[in-house]
Design a protein. Sequence first.
Length: 335
Amino acid sequence: MKLVSVVVPCYNEQEVLPMFYDEITKVTDQMAKDHPELTFEYLFINDGSKDNTLEILRSLALKDERVRYISFSRNFGKESGMYAGLENAKGDYVVVMDADLQHPPAFLPEMYSYVKDGEYDCATTRRVSRKGESKIRSWFARKFYKIMNKISQTEIVDGAQDFRFMSRQMVDAILDMTEYNRFSKGIFSWVGFNTRYIEYENVERPAGTSSWSFWGLFKYSLEGIMAFSTAPLVISSLLGILSCFTAFILMIITVVKTIAFGEDVAGYPTIVCIIFLLSGLQLLCTGILGQYLSKTYLETKHRPIYISKETAESYREKNGKPSAEKAPDEADENK
């Protein structure tokens, strides 16, 4: 028998979560019939939701033994949610997908067909369109992938999703990367392994709203650039060299014009422009260095990636329905 763990990070998904559960159980029940060697577990990660997401997960855990969940002590972000899911998944295969049904469960049988024979270690989806997104957001997303692939040695496929069907070997390799500042799209590519991409048209959410704002996505893109590229540091060095070279040329021009042609050197406007230019370059380069230094600072703290407050096992025991396995410590801090 082979166990498939379906990892689902959740943040304020009360409206869509019941629909997701109905859809994923329908697909996986059919897969279990077609492939008798498969069994499934559903591992939901409640990332500090402020709505009734946790209450829904509790009710699902009581009625379905296959449902497990980990509820964080606060919101740690989707990256921490995915890491927690991968770390606690028990399956021989692990699926990572969102609860908003933009990652269609109907793709799971096809994904399994690519991974089961060992030819591929991972099957994932790639959006070929961004239907439903604003044009500005789509434009910035495409530019991000182009820039990232030019300045980084890790290739990130445009439109690739976190929706992945992975072998245990690949999951273990990802878990070996325990960095605090995580960018999973880059990590999935960096660890390598044979990956099969399945193209599909973008699917809009059936209910609820996305928790990703434009500003949030912009900060996330900066995380990716700093996690997998040192190009900004090179750019700051080049700007410093360019500004010094420009200043040297201007000095020569000023001296020649004064001595050879007797022209007066403009004072106040020239000085002000030069001060603003060089000050801006210095602040830009200092900011780039500060961003990399801040990431190093956070890594050296060795803080846990997430903190678990409640699990399905502990909730079942509290309600008189103990699981077969011993519940993990609720205050467990996972790194």
